[in-house]
Design a protein around this ligand. Sequence first.
Ligand SMILES: Nc1ncnc2c1ncn2[C@@H]1O[C@H](COP(=O)(O)OP(=O)(O)OP(=O)(O)O)[C@@H](O)[C@H]1O
Ligand SMILES: [Mg+2]
Length: 305
Amino acid sequence: MGISSPILKLNALATTVNRISEGLNRIDRIMEEEPIKISEDVKIPSEFDIKFNDVSFAYNKDGQEVLKKIKFTAYQGEITALVGPSGSGKSTIAQLIPRFWDVNNGSITIGDIDIKSIENEKLMDIISFVFQDNFLLTDTIFNNILIGSPNAQKKEVIDAAKAARCHEFIKALPNGYDTYVGNKGTYLSGGEKQRISVARAILKNAPILILDEATAFADPENEYEMQLALQKLIKNKTVLVIAHRLTTIVDANKIIVIENGEISELGTHDSLIANNGLYKKMWEAYNASLNWKVDSRFIKEVKKE
Ligand SMILES: Nc1ncnc2c1ncn2[C@@H]1O[C@H](COP(=O)(O)OP(=O)(O)OP(=O)(O)O)[C@@H](O)[C@H]1O
Ligand SMILES: [Mg+2]
């Protein structure tokens, strides 16, 4: 199945370049990969609950399973959060939904339709991503947001940027929305790049939002701006958030704890704290790290005097 529309080409390119950043070996592997097949019986979902039905997955055919019998439902209109140690499989779960890879066992459905029966282009239409490694094309900021909805009007692009809290910093750049970014373009911080990705996702306005939160930046101002932006994004959508800053998902409808490719706990923040397991340990460690940051700032202040 060939990739036809410009948006799909851009999506494919974005995906590929993300993978470059994770190592050239992976590119080699992607080149060797057989094209993912679509079933003959193409269907279009009209509802957007996402169900994982005992999904197992290994990146390499004879390799170790990275996901083992993952089973959960992310309901439309709710926020489902994935948390867990680094390398536990959270991004892999997220990337199976748009079929960057195909499951080895089990199935994933959207609105009770197996994603293998959904036409690739349609699948891309109904999912918005904000990637962990934010990827911007070497192009203007305006075009980087426009990818979300290539036929959008200028005003819609600017409104999306305003909603994603990036209009102000874009306007402050010498060339504003015409500033070149990407590989050799103007340097933007991780937080700024992520907000441009959020603007792109707001413009796209797809019913499913997958947000793979970046770990690299956790300054409180950016976190607050992002929260405001995301509140606009998530109404009535199926939202899957991979969170490193646990304060961002305290109110999630469901929190799924992934450990070594398996679901080790599932519940709300309160029920998981009561459970006294890995989530509680992560929560305590997270809070200790916040206190540590405050303390280290305080120590610097004291040293200055
Ligand atoms: N393209 C790939 N090819 C082979 N192995 C991979 C690939 N991507 C991830 N892995 C491996 O799969 C496992 C799960 O990785 P994944 O990226 O899903 O973890 P994660 O929970 O998102 O971690 P983090 O919190 O650091 O983002 C890890 O062992 C990782 O090394
Ligand atoms: Mg990840």
